[in-house]
Design a protein around this ligand. Sequence first.
Ligand SMILES: Nc1ncnc2c1ncn2[C@@H]1O[C@H](COP(=O)(O)OP(=O)(O)OP(=O)(O)O)[C@@H](O)[C@H]1O
Ligand SMILES: [Mg+2]
Length: 267
Amino acid sequence: MPLLEVHELRVVYGNGNEALKSITFSAEKGELVGVIGRSGAGKSTLLRCINGMQKPTGGRIVLDGVDLTAMNESELRKARREIGFVWQEYNLVERLPAITNVLTGRLGYNSGFASFFGYFDKSHREIALKSLEQVGLLHRAKFRADKLSGGEKQRVSIARAISQQPKILLADEPVASLDPELSVQVLSDLARVAREVGVLTLINIHQVELAQQFCDRLIGIARGKIVFDGPPSELNLTVLDAIYRFDKNLSEKDLAELARLRELIPG
Ligand SMILES: Nc1ncnc2c1ncn2[C@@H]1O[C@H](COP(=O)(O)OP(=O)(O)OP(=O)(O)O)[C@@H](O)[C@H]1O
Ligand SMILES: [Mg+2]
C-alpha cells in the first residue's frame, strides 16, 4: 500500500469555484514530488486538503492506511502532528528564538500543561537541536527569528517541520519569497534533508527549472486536473503547454513566461 493515496479529490469553494476536479495519485515513502502549475491551478488547495486545513467536497485522502477525510476535528488534530508544513511566508514567531520556534514543532507531542509553561523535556530539545543542525543552523539556535535572514527563517521553518518527525512533508511555494540564488540554496537544503530523513515530500513550486532540478517526480496541475505525472526528464513542450496554457486572455507576463520555458526545455 502506498504511503499516500489521493483518490478522486474534488474541492468546490463556497463561491462555486471548482478548484480541484478529480485528482488521483499515490506516492511512496521517500519520494520528492514537485507540484507545478500556473497561478490558480489548484496547488495550494491540494496541499491544504492533505494537511486537513481544507475539507474536500469529494474524494479520499489516505495517509499510511488512515482516511484523513473521514476524521472528526479531534482525530484530525492528532493526525496533523504527523504532517509537516512549510509555508511561503515562514510563519515563525518573530520574537522567539530559532530553537523555540523549532520546538513548537514538538507541541503536538508535549503535554499541554508542560507546553503552557514553555517546558519541553530533554528528548524534545534534542530532536529540535538535531533538526536545526540538519538545516545547518545550529549556530543560530538562540537568535530571535526577527534577527534572521529570509533564507535562515525558511531553514528554521524546515527544521520545525522536520522536528515533528512527520510521515509527510508539505511545502507550499517555500522559496517564493526568496531571491533566485537563495531559492536554490534553500530548496537544495529542503531536498537534502527530506532525502536524509526519507520522508515523503510534496513541494508546490512555480519555477519549473527548480522543480526539475530537485524533484524525483513532477505532478503538473492545470485548472484543477492532473495533466502530467512523471519524472522531470519526461517534461517536454507538449506537456508544458498543457500545464501552462490558458484558453484565453494570456497576459504579457504569461506569454513571456511561456516563451522563457520554451527556451529552457527541449521539445
Ligand atoms: N478560499 C477560497 N475561496 C474561493 N476560491 C478560492 C479560495 N482559495 C482559492 N480559490 C480559487 O481556487 C483556485 C485554486 O487556487 P489555489 O490557491 O489552490 O491555486 P494555486 O495553484 O496555489 O495558485 P498560486 O500559484 O497563485 O498559489 C483559484 O481559482 C483560486 O482563485
Ligand atoms: Mg498557491
